[in-house]
Design a protein around this ligand. Structure first.
Ligand code: HEC
Length: 138
């Protein structure tokens, strides 16, 4: 058996790789996960949720019954189930909601028009959220 390394095949393989990369980048449109290691809820994520989310996601009237003021609440999710998949930030509903990749803009978080004037998360904040989830959401 010979291993063929003919240039046409190599070019096609590179082309296919480039295409699949482009496809996943478009399908995702997610800011890249931060390269920061050791990301935890207590140190990195709670401060972000405190300023951007808990006004609506804490207490008796938490929207969608989603409580983001505790790690347990964030992991539990909404009345419909979890919004975080530890180890899979790109597959996590929370990441899709904050990165505005869900088709229905009612699910974009924080809501675009909110009376509290809370602004969308920055790509850096979304990257940190992704790193936290990818690292197991501890
Ligand atoms: C001004 C109020 C408000 C703020 C601030 C807010 N949310 Fe929400 N959130 C809501 C409401 C209302 C819903 C229910 C939307 C629905 O059922 O379509 C919701 C639902 C969600 C859901 C479930 C979406 C779904 O489709 O099931 C997630 C996840 C979520 N919020 C995450 C966040 C995160 C993370 C933040 C902060 C970055 C945040 N929210 C900030 C009001 C808010």
């Amino acid at each position: 058996m010979t291993i063929s390394m003919n240039p046409t095949k190599i070019t096609l393989a590179a082309f296919a790789a480039a295409l699949s990369f482009a496809a996943s980048a478009t399908a995702g449109e997610l800011p890249p996960a931060s390269t920061q290691t050791g990301v935890t809820y207590a140190t990195d994520i709670k401060p972000m949720f405190d300023s951007s989310c808990i006004k609506c996601h804490s207490g008796d009237k938490a929207k969608a019954h989603l409580h983001l003021d505790t790690l347990a609440g964030a992991l539990k999710g909404t009345k419909k189930g979890p919004v975080i998949k530890p180890g899979d930030s790109a597959g996590s509903l929370m990441v899709k909601a904050v990165a505005h990749v869900l088709p229905d803009d009612d699910s974009w978080m924080p809501p675009l028009k909110n009376k509290a004037g809370i602004k969308p998360l920055t790509p850096e904040q979304i990257g940190l959220l992704r790193a936290w989830i990818d690292q197991g959401a501890k």
